[in-house]
Design a protein around this ligand. Sequence first.
Ligand code: PLP
Length: 389
Amino acid sequence: MSERTAPRTAPLRARAEIDLAALRANVRALRAHAPGAAVMAVVKSEAYGHGAVPCARAAVAAGASWLGTATPEEALALRDAGLPGRIMCWLWTPGGPWREAIEAELDVSVSGMWALEEVVEAARGADRPARVQLKADTGLGRGGCQPGDDWAALVREALRAEAEGLLRVTGLWSHFACADEPGHPSIAAQLAVFREMVGYAEGQGVRPEVRHIANSPATLTLPESHFDLVRTGIATYGISPSPELGTPADFGLRPVMTLSASLALVKHVPGGHGVSYGHRYVTPGETTLGLVPLGYADGIPRHASSAGPVLVEGKWRTIAGRVAMDQFVVDLGGDEPAAGADAVLFGPGDRGEPTAEDWAQAAGTIAYEIVTRIGTRVPRVYVNEEQDG
Ligand SMILES: *Cc1c(COP(=O)(O)O)cnc(C)c1O
């Protein structure tokens, strides 16, 4: 991912400003939400589009003692960048880089027998035992080992390999399906299954360093789910997991990313003028149009056509017609900002700009997807990199 450090020398077509002071403050807020647990900053998929390495460094500086990624490649890249401490990754497929992961002292997740066999095989040739976290499916119905016979067999084989010195079972863990829906009956059900599966494994002799199930919504709203470690992704970036739960400010969080662009053109057009592909917008009268140089190649959802909000010179404007690959248009209602004027798509919201949540509503998706999809063509500009007490 391209990165720049402010102050920048040349104006940029568009930029995603990443406020690392906000990120650090969010991590501190999350530690306060889960005082009895360690915090894992989840930095998968380039830290939800914010840039993995700078965000991981900032999160560690603010007291996140674990980093989490989906793929082993993402985790290895963090280690290669010099990030210390515990790094866990959970999305493995057969033939994955187990040996490299063991030597980089990553914590690796194992959901099934094929993975246990591969990690044990890799550990035979390595100079240290693998750190293995057994993942339980407590009801999500996605990754993880099913309770019952499958779990019993996985625990048994893991203990056998541990006795041989090939691995350490460092964790027992799971993931929620509906933690963002307060009171959903699956939450209590999953917690009960998790306690049972952890209890079984510990009864067989597993001594995990960490037991964990909480994602951001559970960290913010379900203290009984915190156990030893909470895995926070979206909240680290200052976005509420769901507007139903509350706003970022309700949880002491501040959005980290501000996405803006420089208007590429401002021009007068007559009434009745079709705008952008398909002419889905027709000017209702004489007006001015502003050209925003961002499109779906940059991660602006095409589903936000005729809906996405943009702040230009203090006023909210709405996308006029379709989002194209590289650009979209806003109707400026006769205002005449200069070419190069700032168009702010989203940010923290306290300077009058829309938020990623507003874009999620406009596009019929979740704010997670809005920030994560912002493409590599948009430079990330890091601000407030210095540690602030
Ligand atoms: C992405 C992810 C998280 C973080 O989820 P948020 O809702 O963003 O906090 C936690 N755990 C696992 C397994 C994940 O894949």
